[in-house]
Design a protein around this ligand. Structure first.
Ligand code: ZN
Length: 289
């Protein structure tokens, strides 16, 4: 059944609103698109918040990025449409692309730390291996050029160095789900690091999980080597983060005001905790005098 164009434009606006509500794009950041047929792509306009999109704001471009239909509101297509088109050209099965700046996932891009794998079942099943492209200047051809070599037949998410993410799928709603899962996974990773040790799934647990994934109809090339531990082989840079923190956090106990900056971060050992409690107590006593 062919979905009417107005319905696709409305879906584009609705997805934009979800992206904005979730805080994945601030200001006018981000863009998304939907493949209409072999020659045309519906995409978001430049310069408009994803939270305030109207169906009539959507633009139609050809596979080279040329706007081929007059937009009723005079909107111009997003300057990042080249990224979307490069993905559509490389992967004929892809029908929708979302480029976004989800904060937790973007933190990994900026820190230059590859996204770890073999930790959370949902991320493994719905995202799989997420590669990171080197930084490239936005709106230049070098940006799609940096991403496309990393896109294999089963890839659906790529992080962009110092920039953000791109997710792609056979439909726009699923594409949005991948974006949500990506940022939730990164948030969970960062929280887990704050709480304590990160436990990786074992090679046998990963093998079993990827077999289940395959049963669901989702191929994952890592199944062939999961039993040898290949899934978690890139985890070290992330697992090593925070290791340079001092074992015993020092406390600003010189009588100055206790501020968030003077409270030790990370895991507190007993001595540091006692120091912090003492500093707060001193502060309260001083205020009563
Ligand atoms: Zn961007």
């Amino acid at each position: 059944m062919n979905v009417p164009l107005w319905q696709m434009k409305k879906l584009m606006a609705d997805i934009g609103h979800k992206i904005w509500i979730k805080g994945f794009c601030a200001g006018n950041e981000g863009n998304h698109s939907l493949r209409l047929d072999d020659h045309r792509v519906l995409c978001t306009p430049t310069g408009i918040s994803k939270g305030f999109l109207d169906p009539d704001d959507m633009c139609i471009v050809d596979m080279e990025g040329k706007q081929i239909e007059q937009n009723p509101r005079g909107r111009k297509r997003t300057s990042e449409v080249l990224v979307h088109l490069a993905i559509y050209k490389k992967r004929p099965d892809v029908k929708a692309v979302i480029h976004s700046h989800p904060p937790h996932a973007t933190a990994f891009c900026i820190a230059g730390i590859p996204l770890p794998s073999g930790i959370h079942p949902e991320a493994e099943v719905f995202l799989g291996k997420v590669p990171t492209a080197p930084y490239a200047t936005p709106s230049k051809q070098e940006l799609p050029d940096s991403i496309t070599p990393l896109i294999g037949p089963e890839t659906n998410t790529v992080l962009m160095g110092n920039h953000g993410s791109v997710t792609f799928s056979t439909d726009l709603v699923d594409c949005y789900y991948k974006l949500e899962i990506l940022d939730a996974y990164c948030r969970i990773l960062l929280l887990s690091k704050q709480v304590g040790h990160i436990n990786e799934l074992s090679p046998s647990q990963m093998t079993e999980l990827l077999q289940v994934k395959q049963k669901f109809g989702m191929k994952d090339p890592r199944l062939a080597c999961a039993s040898t531990g290949c899934v978690t082989e890139d985890n070290q840079p992330f697992l090593a983060t925070f290791d340079d923190r001092p074992a015993t956090a020092s406390c600003d106990c010189d009588g100055g005001p206790v501020t968030a900056a003077s409270v030790p971060s990370g895991n507190l050992d007993n001595a540091a905790f006692e120091q912090m409690v003492q500093a707060i107590t001193d502060q309260i006593m001083a205020a009563r005098k």
